[in-house]
Design a binder for this molecule. Structure first.
Ligand SMILES: C[S@@+](CC[C@H](N)C(=O)[O-])C[C@H]1O[C@@H](n2cnc3c(N)ncnc32)[C@H](O)[C@@H]1O
Length: 303
């Protein structure tokens, strides 16, 4: 038995049946059960392609914007326990491990988890599991948790946030990074121009939650898609608060890119700086705090 197998055996013992009865298979519970395998399958299918574009250290946006921002907001210290929800092939987990954290990554795609293990130090624990059913992870164990570019793939969201809240220690931080829902909502937002001097972002739909198909791998399988779930910002803050996670930071991050010289470069650079690409939220676990459920729930997408 090599070091990796040994480490995995230790964690299997420690975290018991997380991820389901059969080793490596997600086992969503209750309401989540119906939607679970569908979500997992979409990323499962394009796992190798996704792994190639992300690599060991992340794609361009990961390296320049998302990961540095997430690490700063997480503020993890050596020795702290950190959970990465929907970790994909482990790009954030590796960075957290380098910073000295004890890291567990969870993802619904067994293939991405396998690729994460191949790319990572065996000290990082990777588990196959559904973010909407993290009930088997230890309560109050983690100093911090993250969900990077994945909240918009998860529906319903409330059980995932409740699960994170349960796993966090008091005062633990939860950082979520997503495409900015105001300006980058799927299908109904787009760039436009007034002459060569003004580039604007057109937003046709924002407030009502909806789901849209997105092609995960446009090159190889343009006919195959997964769902992305659009919610307004309050659709994140409300279920966080309901789970006892109080938002203490909102950041809006623009793209790091600049245009090649040309007649529209100035306007493009200016629009890029004004209209953010990503939204980051940080919420802190406040013991005893939770807002009551209301009827105007803009976090869950039906249908
Ligand atoms: C765009 S990828 C992001 C992965 C990673 N966080 C990153 O930054 O590279 C979205 C991920 O969400 C995972 N995912 C989607 N629904 C999930 C669920 N219900 N539970 C756990 N993971 C899920 C997918 O398997 C996929 O790895």
């Amino acid at each position: 038995m090599d070091q990796r197998d040994n480490k995995r055996r230790q964690h299997k013992k420690k975290f018991g049946k997380f991820g389901g009865g059969r080793a490596g298979e997600p086992r969503p519970a209750g309401k989540a059960a119906a939607a679970g395998p569908k979500v997992a399958t979409a990323w499962q299918r394009d796992a190798e392609w996704y792994d190639q574009i992300i690599g060991d250290e992340g794609g361009e946006y990961h390296r320049n914007v998302v990961l540095p921002g997430a690490m700063r907001l997480l503020g993890v210290q050596a020795g702290q326990h950190v959970l990465d929800v929907a970790c994909g092939q482990g790009v954030l987990c590796r960075l957290l491990h380098k910073a000295g954290a004890e890291v567990i990554g969870v993802d619904a795609s067994p293939k991405l988890i396998e690729l994460a293990r191949q790319r990572s130090d065996p000290a990082i624990t990777y588990l196959v599991g559904d973010a909407r059913d993290p009930s088997r992870l230890p309560a109050g164990h983690f100093h911090a948790a993250a969900c990077i570019l994945a909240a918009q793939n998860i529906n319903p969201l409330a059980p995932a946030f409740e699960g994170v809240a349960r796993c966090l220690a008091e005062g633990g931080r939860f950082v979520i990074v997503m495409m900015h829902p105001c300006f980058r909502g799927p299908k109904y937002t787009a760039w436009g121009w007034e002459g060569n001097d003004t580039q604007f972002r057109r937003v046709d739909r924002y407030l009502l939650p909806r789901k849209e198909p997105i092609v995960t791998h446009p090159g190889a399988s343009p006919d195959k898609y997964t769902w992305t779930f659009h919610r307004p910002i309050q659709g994140y803050v409300k279920p966080l608060a309901r789970a006892g996670l109080l938002v203490d930071a909102i950041e809006e991050w623009p793209s790091h890119k600049t245009s090649e010289p040309g007649p529209r470069a100035k306007a493009e650079n200016s629009a890029r700086k004004e209209i953010p690409l990503f939204l980051a939220l940080r919420a802190v676990k406040m013991p005893g705090y939770s807002t009551p459920k209301t009827t105007d729930d803009l976090s869950e997408v039906s249908g």
